[in-house]
Design a protein around this ligand. Structure first.
Ligand SMILES: Cc1cc2nc3c(=O)[nH]c(=O)nc-3n(C[C@H](O)[C@H](O)[C@H](O)COP(=O)(O)OP(=O)(O)OC[C@H]3O[C@@H](n4cnc5c(N)ncnc54)[C@H](O)[C@@H]3O)c2cc1C
Length: 414
């Protein structure tokens, strides 16, 4: 068995590490000329960190990321709505990490190169399509910079881990429509800032209609003053949007107005976003769940299979769960890779589609929506009069069940 992995993002690299651990040969082909730190923050929830711990990656991730301790939900007046412990602090066997996407990708890439060999991670190879013969898959590439054709690569199976603009997905589903815009635009940024709240808190505040923020630290102790690198995302209902591009620069003036009064005793939000060292703009989009990922010897994984709006901290996590499932299936039926890819689809397609749908309707920030609606977007005197603790916990717990990180269910599964 020789697996061709297209894309060295979070899903492709985790798959490479998991296959290597299972004794299955693989090669990863990445379009970027080098693995460089792009993106901003990502959260890894306990279902995903459990898989990474099984690949001996918990310690290196803990060194570069922040071990998240709690989630805090506030209204746009800075009033606390709900607080819950996260990761180990909530009794999980594995932690939650808030981490720079680039740090996560580097830890995965270095581990893969050290274990499988640097010659199995090829950069500057852009996939342009694939073909299949009865006994193998062939993937076609061009040189990412020059556009010169590169030699076709043959494998037992080929896995499209090529992200939200997946070429493999487009070939498998040529008539799929454009990405679906949610009606919310996002401005994402990084700021060097002193620790706030517990120093390991993930904050969601406000609501999309008037402006919502997600804020959490992703690197500790970045200077002599003990500041952290803080990741923040402003999400605002906006009728227009640009095409999705992970690296499009954003302008402070386009969204700062929505947060100008957000000066709270726990954080001065306009000062923090005003001090950003970088701002990116990105529309909140997803795609309708696909009816099928596996076609003979080719399948999809991660964002290529199930792009989702980032409202549940699950994009990277679901890609990591895919990698584990695909490795299990390929290990179980080594002599029938087509059946293995079918079994993988069986195990993951509907589960991931449910997360795509839940992220649209009832992700954890539905807590903010409920309070926004019930309070008429006004400050409250007593949160318990507006909504009970039990109801708030139920919103959060329901999402955990759908996304696969309900604590008890996770403890029971292997
Ligand atoms: C540049 C970038 C920045 C991001 N920033 C954030 C962020 O700040 N926060 C967040 O939550 N999520 C971010 N994401 C998305 C996040 O990484 C994914 O949602 C999630 O981790 C799922 O991982 P994935 O492996 O499916 O996709 P990705 O991590 O997106 O990986 C896909 C990989 O495939 C490569 N690729 C694409 N096309 C081809 C091709 N034709 N041939 C070969 N290789 C190809 C890409 O360069 C990339 O390395 C970012 C993704 C990218 C690519």
């Amino acid at each position: 068995m020789d697996v061709i992995i297209i894309g060295a993002g979070i899903g492709g690299l985790t798959l490479g590490l998991a296959l290597h651990r299972a004794g299955i040969a693989c090669r990863i082909y990445e379009a970027s000329p080098a693995i460089t730190p792009v993106g901003v923050g990502i959260n890894l929830l306990p279902h995903a960190t459990r898989e990474l711990a099984a690949l001996d990656l918990e310690a290196p991730l803990a060194r570069v990321g922040v071990t998240t301790a709690e989630a805090c939900f506030f209204n746009r007046f800075g009033q606390l709505i709900y607080r819950e412990a996260l990761g180990r602090a909530a009794g999980y066997a594995s932690p939650q990490f808030s981490i720079h996407r680039g740090d996560l990708q580097r830890v995965l890439a270095e581990a893969f190169a050290a274990r499988a060999g640097i010659d199995r991670l090829l950069t500057g190879w852009r996939c342009i399509g694939f073909s299949q013969e009865p006994d193998r898959a062939t993937v076609h590439f061009e040189h990412a910079k020059s556009g010169e054709p590169l030699p076709p690569q043959h494998g037992t199976v080929a896995i499209g881990c090529d992200g939200i603009h997946s070429v493999v997905r487009k070939q498998l589903h040529p008539h799929e429509g454009e990405p679906l815009y949610s009606g919310y635009n996002m401005w994402r940024g990084l700021t060097r800032w002193p620790p706030f709240l517990s120093g390991a808190s993930m904050v969601r505040a406000g609501w999309l209609a008037t402006g919502k923020m997600v804020i959490y630290p992703i690197r500790n102790d970045i200077d002599d003053e003990g500041r952290q690198l803080v990741n923040w995302v402003a999400e605002i209902e906006t009728p227009w949007h640009q095409a999705r591009n992970w690296n499009r620069p954003g302008r402070l003036g386009d969204f700062l107005g929505a947060f100008k009064d957000w000066r709270f005793d726990w954080l001065d939000v306009p000062a923090m976003i005003g001090a950003a060292e970088m701002i990116l703009e990105f529309p909140m989009v997803d795609q309708e769940p696909l009816p099928r990922w596996s076609f003979g010897r080719v399948t999809l994984l991660g964002d290529a299979a199930h792009p989702m709006v980032p409202r549940g901290s699950n994009g990277a996590g679901q890609a990591i769960l895919d990698a584990r499932a695909l490795t299990d299936c390929l290990s179980a039926v080594r002599d029938n890779p087509v059946a293995a890819l079918r079994a993988y689809q069986e195990r993951r397609l509907e589960a991931a589609a449910n997360v795509v749908r839940a992220n649209r309707t009832n992700p954890p920030d539905a807590i903010l929506r409920e309070v926004y609606l019930r309070s008429g977007d006004r400050p409250f005197d007593d949160i318990d009069q507006l909504i009970s603790r039990r109801e708030l916990a139920a919103i959060s717990d329901n999402y955990k069940r759908v996304a696969g990180y309900d604590r008890e269910a996770l403890a029971r599964s292997r």
